[in-house]
Design a protein around this ligand. Structure first.
Ligand code: NAD
Ligand code: UDP
Ligand code: UDP
Length: 343
């Protein structure tokens, strides 16, 4: 396949002709892969607000045009339908590389494609970073710790990952992506940044993506029982999306490669989460137990001392504060969906 070349209209290498952003600073040209997805679209909002020039590259596997619709027509914004598994030529200063399905249901749907996205997709974006001298940020995951034997997980922990399990396409894929980033950093001098993101929730999550927060919220709103997998005693730490975006931007702008854990250290069992959802949406919502999925990590909680110390970052939105913000978005979308179905 021929390599695609997309040149930004305002691209220029001559000093003095560089566009100036709203705050009078030199406008940055930034590509966000996976920018039509849940996290990506919130990041794009912040970058656009800052006055940067943003290109979203997305194949719409799990992302939606609706998530970035409000930027269409803005000359600082460009949306390209493209699969990162194929090479692409762009002229940019920074690359936020998010493209990859994140929910277990989505990444297990076509595991080989998930591996290609993580490995070949990341390789292409690193190749791009090398060619244009851009800074590259990888959104890795807490799943690189696997079913952790150390609790909470610090970045120094190497993890406990099954290389041949049903989640391996994702967690081993992300581990390889981290390796690639470090090898381009060491070998080609690329400025890389690695974030290890812990479970994140908020508006614009896919309603039926199978993740626990989106499942529980949609179930409670639809007056269906909340499905707790296993005994519900497994734990996760839930971070509100605006906290994550702040962390990603600090990491990109800062001087440290990482990896950095970005997550909210507040730890909840799935039964406790169900309780918070009941309190927030419907105290009468029922709980139904279902068999758990294979290789499900028992515990997960970030040690965020490194991000706190070196990036001056810590989350500020608690689960009880963040959940209602997501609920109003879900309520609106579910209601709009039902109006569509009725029509
Ligand atoms: P998401 O599924 O909403 O977004 C992923 C985006 O990438 C979607 O828009 C999708 O269409 C796009 N995409 C997927 N494969 C692609 C490909 N081959 N080429 C181009 N685009 C492609 O998920 P999210 O929650 O926004 O996650 C964003 C990133 O953060 C992912 O890399 C994910 O692994 C990472 N992450 C997220 C969480 C979380 O809890 N949300 C946790 C850990 C890591
Ligand atoms: N690549 C890309 N866009 C670019 C530069 C490179 O998509 O602007 C891809 C390229 O097609 C290759 C990968 O990134 O598959 C790695 O590139 P690199 O130059 O590091 O390696 P090489 O091409 O020498 O294998
Ligand atoms: N889970 C659950 N009910 C659901 C969906 C998920 O109890 O309807 C559990 C799942 O078994 C896991 C936890 O919630 O222990 C988090 O799952 P999720 O898919 O959200 O994220 P991940 O496993 O990637 O952390």
């Amino acid at each position: 396949l021929p390599t695609r070349r997309v040149l930004m209209e305002d691209h220029t290498e001559k000093k003095g002709r560089v566009p100036i952003g709203v705050k009078g600073k030199r406008q940055k040209r930034i590509v966000v892969t996976g920018g039509a997805g849940f996290v990506g679209s919130h990041l794009v909002d912040r970058l656009m607000e800052r006055g940067d020039s943003v290109i979203v590259v997305d194949n719409f596997f799990t992302g939606r045009k609706e998530n970035v619709l409000h930027h269409m027509g803005n000359p600082n914004f460009e949306l390209i339908r493209h699969d990162v598994v194929e090479p692409i030529l762009l002229e940019v200063d920074q690359i936020y590389h998010l493209a990859c399905p994140a929910s277990p249901v989505h990444y297990k749907f076509n595991p080989v494609k998930t591996i290609k996205t993580n490995v070949v997709g990341t390789l292409n974006m690193l190749g791009l970073a090398k060619r244009v001298g851009a800074r590259f940020l990888l959104t890795s995951t807490s799943e690189v710790y696997g079913d952790p034997l150390q609790h909470p997980q610090a970045e120094t922990y190497w993890g406990n990952v099954n290389p041949i399990g049903v989640r391996s396409c994702y967690d081993e894929g992300k581990r390889t992506a981290e390796t690639l980033a470090m090898d381009y950093h060491r070998g080609a001098g690329i400025e890389v940044r690695i974030a290890r993101i812990f479970n994140t929730y908020g508006p614009r999550m896919c309603i039926d993506d199978g993740r626990v927060v989106s499942n529980f919220v949609a179930q409670a709103l639809r007056k269906e029982p909340l499905t707790v997998y296993g005994d519900g005693k497994q734990t996760r730490s839930f971070q509100y999306v605006s906290d994550l975006v702040e962390g990603l931007m600090r990491l990109m702008e800062g001087e440290h490669v990482g990896p950095f854990n970005l997550g909210n250290p507040g730890e909840f069992t799935m039964l406790e989460l169900a309780q918070v959802v009941q309190e927030t949406i419907d105290p009468n919502a029922k709980i139904e137990f279902r068999p758990n999925t294979e290789d499900d990590p028992h515990k997960r909680k970030p040690d965020i001392s490194r991000a706190n110390e070196l990036l001056g970052w810590q989350p500020s939105v608690s689960l009880r504060e963040g959940l209602p913000l997501m609920v109003s978005d879900f309520r609106q979308r579910l209601f709009a969906d039902s109006k569509l179905t009725a029509a």
